[in-house]
Design a binder for this molecule. Structure first.
Ligand code: Q9C
Ligand code: ZN
Length: 670
């Protein structure tokens, strides 16, 4: 049975604030926390989580990262008057202290460590710590950027020490560079740190040379620090997803972490006065879901920045909802990464090519960096923009959320099983027992060569599948798994039926041999991708692609590469309404690869997936149905290895042929 999601929150962390006038610090307010929590209550998300109490971090924990002298300074602020607090605050950059700062900083860190303990002890699957003060800017002996103790960095050290972890991934999606985390781990290969950040060629705070893409780590840690600087404001959903698919995730899969920590700032979201970026709240659902396939789903999300209260709180809700396993909303907007984002993506990929196999196998890639360096200083047009209109974004985000949040269907997952064989399906999955009437089956099969349809059990399977497809279309069930005696045939019927029912865009992914190949040319209503081990890769049309994929036979898999570099970019570009995933015979990929695929594809089509599995493979059906039911995030898909050059170069051809049509395939600007 699935483990739960933890939530750490204590209103005591709202008991410190800025006491004097300082425009730089004025945005870091207690309401950031209380409003986020209120919103979680509003969506009934709090009651679905396992509440964890906060605790004070110990001095020993604080000094895992900070100097005893700095600890003494922070401690001394407890008894200071306002004048003394001001003087101490001025010693640091963009920092402020209050008499309760020390207590709250201990709770903020202690709360983070509570979350790490709950996840690593197996008490919960994942969770979020809603804490302040934030952490990622603070350094060994200094406060910085509203941060007092470096919560996430200390959490990583704590997890290494207490649980003997060898590999931890830190994902910092805050809009600022977490330079504090970088400094702490830059020579340490056991912690892979990824940060994207507003940079604008160094004109944006904290204005550091070492925030650029060419800062890849030092000594033993070379290659384990990934900086993705954004050189323009207005970076949005397509850019963030492209950064995940083309930079973070391939390296993260190759790294194969045992724990993922997120420095989760929402100042990278729309409306934020600091970030001025465009990512909508549901983008954070996507980012979260894409990370659940790492580290067996052990994911600790820890609040950092986020200063537009509506954007912040809706994005927090999206994150928690996704941790709980709810369906991921569709991403709105045109999925075309902008030129500046692609430049940054290209540059960081090139900078890291020497250190990561999955980048270096890519021979055809441009080896040059884009010349964005040095052009810096005088690009100031963004500073002249009118200041962000907070109220306008309030209304915009509120109406947007009403549009994208559809009610959960009565059933999450339905299953069609061979008669008398229901026991293999996990608890909570609804087993369909109503077959559609024979006339409907015949109508659904017209035009499809159905020589085997005389077989009674196939008729029965197709009949029940039709009932399930009707439920999918009517939003009575979110997704479904069908055990079929002939998956090619069932998939053909499912495709035709879904189109007849008015679905506009179907993504149809078939793994293995297909009994009869239909003609998909110019049928914009279907994007068909076939993955097989023996026929060469081929682009029949932009809507019909055949991919050759074969791993060298051993325990590890490189399938993540195909999913990240081809399938998800295609799918994000196409924006399907419905996904058909079928497994045929003679497959060249393993069952856990198919599970990874079905888990990853759930970021599309609001999770509306129909998986068709041979009825001779109940283990696969069990895996898929628990993945679809949102209760197998604990799956570990590794170990991983890199694909062969032959595979990669074949995929490269496909990527090149299709990237004008399907823009998320692009990972360079030139
Ligand atoms: N005009 C966090 O998000 N001010 N800290 C920058 C730029 C400091 C942000 C001024 C921003 C600190 C956790
Ligand atoms: Zn920030």
């Amino acid at each position: 049975m699935a483990l739960g999601t933890a939530l750490v929150y204590d209103e005591e962390m709202t008991t410190y604030k800025l006491l004097w006038d300082d425009p730089e610090c004025a945005i870091e307010v207690p309401e950031r926390l209380s409003k986020s929590y209120e919103r979680l209550q509003h969506y009934h998300l709090v009651e679905r989580c396992v509440r964890l109490p906060v605790r004070e971090a110990s001095e020993e924990e604080i000094t895992l990262v900070h100097s005893p002298d700095y600890l003494d300074v922070v401690k001394s602020t407890q008894t200071m008057n306002e004048e003394e607090l001001r003087t101490t605050s001025k010693k640091y950059v963009a920092a402020y202290f209050h008499q309760n700062s020390y207590r709250c900083a201990k709770l903020s860190l202690g709360g983070t460590l509570q979350l790490v303990d709950a996840v690593l002890s197996g008490e919960v699957q994942n969770g979020m710590a809603l804490v302040r003060p934030p952490g990622h800017h603070s350094q060994r002996d200094q406060s910085n950027g509203f941060c007092v103790f470096n919560n996430v960095a200390i959490a990583a050290k704590y997890a290494q020490k207490k649980y003997n972890l060898q590999r931890i991934l830190i994902v910092d999606w805050d809009v600022h560079h977490g330079q504090g985390i970088q400094y702490i781990f830059e020579d340490d290969p056991s912690v892979l740190y990824f940060s994207w950040h507003r940079y604008e060629h160094k004109i944006f705070w904290p204005n550091l040379t070492e925030s650029d893409y060419d800062c890849v780590g030092k000594g033993q840690g070379t290659g384990f620090n990934i900086n993705l600087p954004w050189n323009k404001i207005g970076i949005g959903n397509a850019d963030y997803i492209a950064a995940f698919l083309h930079v973070l995730l391939p390296l993260a899969f190759e790294f194969d972490p045992e724990l993922v920590l997120v420095s989760s700032g929402y100042d990278s979201g729309i409306g934020d006065p600091e970030g001025r970026m465009n990512a909508t709240p549901e983008c954070f659902s996507h980012l979260t879901h894409l990370l659940t396939n790492l580290a067996g789903g052990k994911l600790c999300v820890v609040l950092e920045g986020g200063y537009h209260l509506t954007s912040l709180s809706e994005s927090v809700c999206m994150t928690v909802r996704t941790l709980l396993g709810d369906a991921v909303p569709r991403l709105s907007g045109d999925m075309t990464p902008c030129h500046s984002a692609l430049e940054s993506i290209q540059n960081v990929r090139t900078a890291h090519t020497p250190y990561w196999q999955c980048l270096s196998v890519d021979e055809t890639k441009l080896v040059q960096q884009c010349s964005t360096k040095g052009s810096s200083t005088l690009e100031l047009p963004y500073e002249q923009q009118e200041s962000a209109d907070t109220a306008r974004f309030d209304r915009l985000i509120e109406s947007h959320m009403k549009n994208i949040l559809s009610p959960a269907p009565p059933f999450r997952t339905s299953a069609v099983t061979p008669d008398g064989n229901t026991f293999i399906i996990p608890a909570g999955v609804h087993v369909e027992d109503q077959a559609a009437p024979r006339e409907q089956i015949d109508a659904a099969c017209s035009g499809i060569s159905m020589s085997h349809l005389k077989e009674g059990h196939l008729v029965h399977s197709v009949g029940k599948m039709l009932t399930v497809i009707n439920k999918l279309v009517k939003k009575q069930t979110k997704n479904a798994v069908v055990l079929s005696p002939s998956t090619s045939l069932s998939a053909a019927v499912a495709l035709q039926t879904s189109l007849n029912l008015g679905i506009e865009r179907v993504l149809y992914v078939h793994v293995g041999d297909l009994d009869s190949e239909r003609d998909f040319e110019n049928d914009q209503k279907t994007l068909f991708v076939k993955i097989c081990g023996d026929q060469p890769s081929k682009v029949f049309s932009k809507y019909h692609v055949s991919l050759k994929w074969k791993d060298t036979p051993d325990e590890s898999s490189s399938f993540f590469y195909l999913v990240l570099q081809i399938l998800l970019p295609l799918a994000y570009s196409y924006q399907p309404d419905f996904i058909l995933l079928s497994a045929g015979s003679n497959r060249s990929v393993g069952n856990r690869d198919i599970l990874l695929l079905s888990n990853m594809l759930q970021v599309l089509a609001e999770g509306c997936i129909l998986a068709i599995i041979p009825d001779t493979e109940p283990e696969l059906a069990v895996g898929i149905s628990s993945s679809l039911a949102g209760c197998s995030t604990a799956m570990h898909y590794g170990p991983y290895k890199c694909p062969t050059k032959e595979c990669v170069n074949a995929l490269k051809e496909i990527q090149r042929a299709l990237q004008e049509d399907w823009r998320m395939l692009r990972n360079y600007a030139a």
